[in-house]
Design a protein around this ligand. Structure first.
Ligand SMILES: [Zn+2]
Length: 255
């Protein structure tokens, strides 16, 4: 049995990126460390959207390349620890995710939950905080952008939204992106397929709001980012909206 080390649970891609944008992918990976014995899951469940956000990392990588931005990505499945949830949230280590029951999370006591948070969440949180600090230390005002994907069918119901632009109490960047997305070929909606009331804005609240940094969460329906080509095109499309929103923000700042 090998213990998971802090440097294995999170990585920073393009750490020397010059953009003020810090990209975040909390659900980038379906990896379950061997010591957790697949959390007792069947392989279909272990690789399903319950375990990660298929396509999200590839889109975020393309955005990092286009923007020359840093990208902080979790290397561990959200069924082990959902890095977009605080340790106090019951669904940080879910015993059930949509239709998937997670046997390895069924009977976690306080000590086991604390150990999961210490091993997986806190290193992620610190690496992201340090990356944002580095960006600010260079004189730029950081912009926090989290990148996710969602399943086209949830609890048996098809979802018509194709791209969600989500925010918490700071709507600046989302407003600008929604404006830029008008007339797009995609169905783009505010705070869909879920919103802050579902607890999904944890990263924004932890790393953006307290510092006044503009922030947004992006959700892309995963059937639209299945191929390399789609991932690249989606990254480019979203970057266009983001750049337009950032330009509008900086012009307002100077007015
Ligand atoms: Zn996600």
């Amino acid at each position: 049995m090998t213990a998971t080390k802090a440097e294995d649970v999170v990585e920073v891609l393009n750490p020397a990126g010059e953009s003020p944008v810090v990209l975040v992918c909390e659900h980038a990976s379906s990896f379950i460390p061997p010591e957790l014995q697949d959390l007792g899951l069947a392989s279909a469940d272990r690789l399903s959207h319950a375990a990660w956000d298929p396509g999200a990392l590839a889109v975020a990588r393309r955005m990092a390349e286009r923007l020359d931005a840093k990208l902080v990505a979790s290397n561990v499945s959200r069924l082990v620890y959902d890095c977009n949830r605080p340790p106090s949230a019951p669904d940080a280590m879910p015993a059930r995710s949509e239709l998937v029951v997670v046997p390895g999370n069924a009977e976690l006591d306080d000590a086991a939950r604390q150990a999961r948070a210490d091993t997986y969440y806190h290193p992620f949180r610190k690496t992201l905080a340090d990356t944002i600090k580095t960006t600010a230390a260079r004189g730029a005002t950081p912009v926090i952008v989290t990148v996710h994907s969602f399943t086209p069918v949830y609890h048996g119901h098809p979802r018509t939204v194709e791209i969600g632009i989500l925010h918490d109490s700071d709507t600046r960047l989302a407003d600008g992106m929604l404006e830029a997305a008008q007339g797009s070929a995609f169905v783009v909606q505010r705070n869909e397929p879920y919103g802050p009331e579902n607890g999904v804005t944890h990263t924004l609240k932890e790393h953006g709001l307290p510092f006044g940094y503009a922030n947004v969460m992006l959700e892309v329906r995963n059937d639209l980012i299945g191929s390399d080509r789609q991932q690249r095109d989606m990254g480019d499309t979203i970057c266009g909206w983001l750049e337009s929103a950032m330009t509008a923000l900086s012009e307002e700042g100077q007015a």
